[in-house]
Write a protein that binds this ligand. Structure first.
Ligand SMILES: Cc1cc2nc3c(=O)[nH]c(=O)nc-3n(C[C@H](O)[C@H](O)[C@H](O)COP(=O)(O)OP(=O)(O)OC[C@H]3O[C@@H](n4cnc5c(N)ncnc54)[C@H](O)[C@@H]3O)c2cc1C
Length: 442
């Protein structure tokens, strides 16, 4: 079934493009490929079709679909979504001028006069507003704009793109020649693609988390301060053993209480399995500070997920090297627990500034006592520390873990540390398929 879902969209998109060609070459008015005027219309339509295929593809990439996500992981899908998004504004910017140009050649109007006339046709003004909203969402996601925006502002711009899509749909149905009754095949394919996309978004993003909630009735059991700025949230619920989470995965959490319920934030499970769920949250910005200050036991939690492929299932060797920086310990704490239970050889290198920043210090010591896990703390700003001092880099790892090329490396920490380690480990001969990483950004 998964395979059918995987080929459905590419096959549908290919069919739509074929029928675009067929319809324009065999139109009752003659081939649109015969002269400049026809070509303008044919390629104007093509740009519209590509823009819409782009939007549908984008929605599928971030639909959190269960048939797609396990292949890549939600974070990588989200990054592909960022890249692939660029095609949409390009196609959207080409579509109206070509169609207007076609009509201007037909009527003899100037381009501007024709543009203003077309704007008054059914649903075109709404579509133009929709186009503006979609292009704005893409523009605000470009790195230089994104860096200057708060997450909430960026997220609202994306919600605006959904409105833009709704506004743009109308003119396809009222004016889109390819969707007209006599060109049935294109229309069937198109409606199937629209229905497939809508069904995936509605099911995986909206319906599934609430079904899970109805089944498990997740709620905050208690909160525990791990360090001055990291708080663990223990989750209680019904049949938690049946919740299918793998250590290393994360979930999108929506706390159902005033001030929290309109935002879903991603957090890794710092303990998962055996009927216990725990997240550990570092105070970083508005939302996490509010959680530290105001999250109360009993608060219902809607859990979207679990998501992610950063799990011990990815191991291709029998031994692991886990490297954590700061709050990046959360998924690795859960993975270390699983490896300890399976008696797998595992070294955990954990970087922090000072001893007070170490999260789960006692738990990690307990894991070490279990036998198969070795923990090495590395502190960069603790002169009296008797253990490893400085920054975690490839040289330090080679010294602490001489057999690292025979291990799967799992990395989670600040982006510069991870980028340097990925390069460094590759340089030390660790094959790419043995290097796994999780980034705390979607
Ligand atoms: C896969 C993954 C796993 C994570 N696991 C943990 C964890 O175990 N513990 C932990 O403390 N933190 C974790 N984070 C980071 C955590 O999601 C952010 O720190 C938190 O959302 C910040 O929210 P804020 O409003 O307090 O901070 P802000 O200052 O508003 O945001 C800081 C940054 O966090 C990101 N962010 C903010 N809101 C969201 C959102 N709703 N969805 C996605 N990203 C957002 C943005 O990149 C933003 O720039 C994880 C992130 C990801 C992507």
């Amino acid at each position: 079934m998964k395979k059918i879902f995987l080929v459905f969209f590419p096959a549908g998109a290919a069919a739509a493009l074929y029928f675009w060609y067929f319809n324009n070459a065999n139109s009752p008015f003659g081939s649109y490929f015969a002269d400049r005027m026809g070509l303008a219309m044919a390629f104007g339509r093509l740009a519209g079709i590509i823009a819409m295929l782009g939007v549908m593809g984008q929605l599928l990439l971030v639909s959190r679909a269960g048939w797609l996500e396990p292949l890549f992981g939600l974070d990588r899908l989200t990054r592909r979504h960022h890249l692939a998004g660029l095609i949409i504004p390009l196609a959207l910017l080409v579509h109206p001028p070509l169609v207007v140009w076609h009509h201007a050649m037909q009527t003899g109007n100037t381009f501007l006069a024709q543009y203003l006339a077309v704007l008054r046709w059914g649903d075109v003004l709404a579509a133009a507003c929709g186009e503006f909203l979609i292009i704005a969402a893409v523009a605000l996601s470009l790195p230089f704009a994104r860096r200057r925006l708060s997450y909430e502002a960026w997220h609202n711009a994306h919600l605006g793109a959904y409105l833009g899509l709704a506004l743009a749909l109308g003119h396809q149905f009222s004016l889109g020649r390819d969707l007209s009754a006599e060109l049935l095949y294109f229309a069937w394919v198109w409606y199937a693609l629209l229905a497939f996309t809508a069904a995936n978004v509605l099911w995986y993003r909206l319906q599934l988390p609430y079904r899970l909630y109805r089944k498990h009735r997740f709620a905050v059991d208690r909160t525990v301060m791990e360090t001055a700025d990291v708080m663990s949230v223990y989750i209680k619920g019904k049949e938690l053993e049946a919740f299918p989470v793998e250590p290393g995965q994360f979930a999108l959490l929506r706390f159902w209480a005033p001030g929290f319920r309109f935002q879903a934030h991603p957090f890794s499970f710092s303990a998962a399995g055996g009927g216990e769920l725990r997240f550990s949250v570092k105070k970083l910005g508005d939302f996490t500070a509010a959680l530290h200050a105001g999250l109360r036991p009993g608060t219902p939690v809607v859990i979207g997920g679990p998501h992610g492929v950063f799990t011990a299932r990815r191991m291709v060797t029998g031994k692991a090297l886990l490297v954590a920086g700061g709050i990046g310990i959360t998924p690795l704490r859960a993975i270390a627990g699983r490896l300890a239970a399976e008696k797998k050889d595992c070294v955990l290198v954990y970087a922090n500034r000072t001893r007070k920043d170490i999260v789960f210090e006692a738990e990690l010591a307990e894991l070490e006592r279990s036998g198969s896990v070795r923990v090495r703390h590395v502190l960069s700003d603790e002169p009296s520390w008797a253990g490893e001092k400085g920054r975690v880099d490839a040289d330090l790892l080679r010294r602490l873990v001489p057999d690292l090329a025979e291990r799967d490396a799992f990395l989670c920490g600040p982006p510069p540390m991870m980028a340097a380690l990925r390069r460094g480990l590759a340089g030390l001969g660790v094959p790419e398929k043995q290097i796994h990483y999780e980034q705390f950004s979607l």
